[in-house]
Design a protein around this ligand. Sequence first.
Ligand SMILES: Cc1cc2nc3c(=O)[nH]c(=O)nc-3n(C[C@H](O)[C@H](O)[C@H](O)COP(=O)(O)OP(=O)(O)OC[C@H]3O[C@@H](n4cnc5c(N)ncnc54)[C@H](O)[C@@H]3O)c2cc1C
Length: 359
Amino acid sequence: MTPVSTDQNAGDTSQREGVALDGCNTLGFSARARALSEPHTVEAARAQVLASRQAGERLVVIGGGSNLVLLPWLDAHVMRPAFDEVTITPAEDGLTATVCVEAGKRWHALVMELAAAGWWGYENLALIPGCCGAAPIQNIGAYGVELADHLLRLEVMSLEDGSCRWMNREECGFGYRDSIFKGALEHRVLITRLELQVSRQASPRLGYGDLAQRVSAALPQGEEVTPLQVAQAVIATRSEKLPDPAQLGNAGSFFKNPQLPQAEAQALLTRFPSLPHYPQADGSIKLAAGWLIDQCGLKGARRGHVGVHAQQALVLVHFGEGAVTELLALAQEVREAVHTRFGVWLEQEPRELGMMPEG
Ligand SMILES: Cc1cc2nc3c(=O)[nH]c(=O)nc-3n(C[C@H](O)[C@H](O)[C@H](O)COP(=O)(O)OP(=O)(O)OC[C@H]3O[C@@H](n4cnc5c(N)ncnc54)[C@H](O)[C@@H]3O)c2cc1C
């Protein structure tokens, strides 16, 4: 394990120096925690769980920090899993394979390795930042595919006592950007590894955006599409629309697309016929939150060091040198504007961690 740093004043809450969480969130706000460690094996992670329990300190897991709003002080020991092995075991007939991937592996790197090796399944989820261990938390999804679609099971370690157990897909309670890890098991387990199923059978999902045009434009005549070509089309589309966190602080979509009961959604659609909407299997209707924000005249709005992205109204951005309070105030302004105009409260997607300084 790499103990990155430890707060020398861990027992004294009046002295909040701690360690900087630089690089722990893609929004780029400054934050500090009591201590930070990066275990390189599951065993080392268990040792940290037991040590934290012994010390009576709270333990919080952070991956790539791309779905987090970090407040200035996190009164906890932060653990960032650094174990990242990948094992691909093909079935006897060679048509499918089971992929076992550890928590610290970068999601995009895994997607590209699988796509380059000709395995279908997750090519539509290329370029989503963050680590594999965090992917189940909000059941990451894009372009008609979700993590849950091909997840067989995952292993969790209790942050109470370090014990491990496997959970199948049903136990994970997956929904739209949701899972049991945002509910009953929130901050209670470390997801250590995932088991996914991938396939040799071509199953391109090109129904979203301009994926179909991009793929056919890049495909030599007479050749069949590969998962790598689909991943490359997804990367090209996303790169045009979404800001790169390395260039401009952001946490991807800041709000979920609201899902309304049919009658409520129909009433809105009568008033706003051009509102983009997507009927769901359960009868509800998903509305495009970005369109709602855009209609409030907030796309491209800037408030001090933060703003609403000029190309994608769902994304709030940090231009640098700002405070997280500016971002939270802007988020509230957006939510109130959308509620006033459409009667819909938007729900924040990234989770808040930590607290504001007292006084
Ligand atoms: C530019 C951009 C584009 C994005 N596009 C998409 C998209 O298309 N679709 C989508 O679904 N999301 C998207 N996201 C959001 C984000 O990338 C995903 O939610 C990603 O899975 C977060 O991974 P992370 O490692 O950064 O998690 P973090 O932000 O580090 O953590 C998120 C939460 O998960 C918990 N956590 C992290 N790792 C573990 C673990 N191993 N065990 C238990 N709990 C853990 C943390 O405590 C925290 O509560 C985007 C973000 C950005 C910045």
